[in-house]
Design a protein around this ligand. Structure first.
Ligand code: AMP
Ligand code: MN
Ligand code: MN
Length: 318
């Protein structure tokens, strides 16, 4: 796909990503905007996202992200990044009204894509890596390199998960050659927790429950705990990865109560469980080793329903 050809003649370009934006979706939206503004200075390019975590505030264009989804004149081109159209939430109205939609994503559950033009590559670790592939490398500068690096690092667990390839590392090496302080920004956006976030992580680990002979683990934070600690969904980033790191675990589940009797579920798995398969059974999706969904019912209903699907995966792997 040729980004500039897709945008030829476009005067108004919109860009959106999924709700609860992570480093990759923020990075993909901001890097694409930065690139298009550089290449098409006449065009108006706007990013629409649910309010991202302020740790990303130093990325170029963060201040210009529109978070309240106001009514807009139809866009000539609307980019759907790091997700399918249905996960844009309030942003879906812009995509539906746009003359053209371009979907750039790497979720296996979004193949073949939900745009009028699709570039969905599930074998690639992050949408930022796809943006890197699609841009003209001459336009890379320190700011653009930093945004792309942050997105790639976040979705690969800082180049540690199995979605990291030799190509990912070559691209990352090229990006850090632009001279931004990559160690600091990854420390501040990926590893660092506020004291409150560390406390809620501690509580989630303390109250976790193992099941299926210790091969699965689940932890839940309900509304009462969220109110007591005064935390929001942004404060739960990384908890599921800590559960996944526990010896013997094939499937780690973290859930929080997103509304009364509704839970947002995050899953991380080893090669014995296809997380995307389990999540898509409940209307969600994602990748083989990391996926999510939203489920209705009590905590116990949700765990029972998930267990049946996880068990099916574990049996297949035997
Ligand atoms: P999370 O557990 O929210 O960090 O999500 C893990 C991975 O699954 C990410 O790549 C998400 O974009 C994806 N994901 C989470 N929830 C959903 C969903 N409801 N539908 C499709 N993909 C999802
Ligand atoms: Mn994402
Ligand atoms: Mn991603």
């Amino acid at each position: 796909m040729d980004l500039l050809k897709e945008c030829a003649e476009a005067k108004r370009i919109g860009i959106g990503g999924h709700a609860k934006p992570d480093g990759d979706s923020v990075g993909a939206c901001l890097s694409l905007r930065y690139y298009l503004k550089k290449k098409m200075p006449e065009a108006q390019v706007t990013v629409f996202l649910e309010k991202p975590n302020p740790v990303f505030a130093e990325l170029a264009g963060y201040e210009d992200i529109v978070t309240d989804f106001p009514e807009q004149e139809a866009f000539d081109v609307f980019f759907i990044l790091d997700c399918s159209l249905d996960r844009l939430m309030d942003g879906a109205k812009y995509a539906r009204a746009a003359a053209k939609t371009v979907n750039i994503d790497h979720h296996i559950t979004n193949v073949p894509g939900s745009g009028t033009v699709n570039y969905v590559q599930p074998q690639v670790g992050s949408t930022c890596e796809l943006i890197y592939d699609l841009i003209d490398k001459d336009s890379l500068d320190r700011e653009l390199a930093k945004i792309l690096y942050v997105g790639m690092a976040h979705d690969t667990g800082v180049f540690q998960y199995s979605n990291t390839t030799p190509d990912t590392m070559r691209k990352a090496a090229h990006l850090i050659s632009f001279g931004f302080d990559f160690y600091r920004i990854i420390q501040e956006t990926f590893y660092q927790r506020t004291y409150l976030q560390a406390q809620i992580l501690g509580r989630a680990l303390m109250e976790s429950i193992r099941f299926m002979d210790g091969r699965c683990i689940v932890s839940v934070i309900d509304r009462k705990a969220m109110d007591f600690y005064q935390v929001t969904k942004q404060d739960f980033e990384g908890i599921v990865n800590e559960l996944r790191n526990i010896k013997g675990i094939s499937c780690a589940i973290f859930m929080y109560e997103s509304a009364p009797l509704e839970y947002k579920v995050s899953m991380r798995t080893d090669e014995k469980v296809d997380a995307a398969q389990v999540a898509s059974h409940f209307g969600g999706g994602g990748h083989a080793r990391a996926a999510g969904c939203t489920m209705k019912g009590t905590f116990y209903d949700c765990v029972n329903n998930l267990s049946a699907e996880i068990e099916r995966e574990l049996k297949k792997a035997q």
